[in-house]
Design a protein around this ligand. Structure first.
Ligand code: ZN
Ligand code: ZN
Ligand code: ZN
Length: 107
């Protein structure tokens, strides 16, 4: 069982900040290697700011689908981020707006 930290409301990793039907992913911080449902949760419990994962590590598993509990690689997640490629549960498209928080792009 993969441990997800923070204020988890249910087994699909919804938290007090993001808890709609489609808020089911958790993301891994590059610094502490822990899964959190969002960066607000992370920054509340850790003594460092959420460190985005380098996109160059595209085969690292850093996104957890709370529905099927599959760990997705960066390339899997960015390749079809509107729904889980394994179980097809929809993901929140609003997460795209926060992509730069969770992934280091080479701009
Ligand atoms: Zn961290
Ligand atoms: Zn949260
Ligand atoms: Zn899934």
């Amino acid at each position: 069982m993969i441990q997800v930290y923070g204020d988890i409301l249910d087994e699909e990793t919804r938290c007090q900040h993001y808890h709609s039907e489609i808020d089911i992913i958790a993301l891994k911080c590059f610094a502490c290697q822990k899964y959190y449902p969002c960066f607000f949760c992370h920054d509340r419990y850790e003594d460092h700011a959420f460190l985005a994962y380098p996109m160059s590590r595209s085969e690292d598993r850093v996104v957890l689908c709370g529905h099927c509990r599959t760990e997705l690689t960066i390339s899997q997640y960015l390749g079809c981020e509107d729904a889980c490629p394994i179980c097809n549960h929809p993901f929140n498209p609003g997460c795209k707006k926060h992509r730069s928080i969770y992934f280091q792009t080479n701009k």
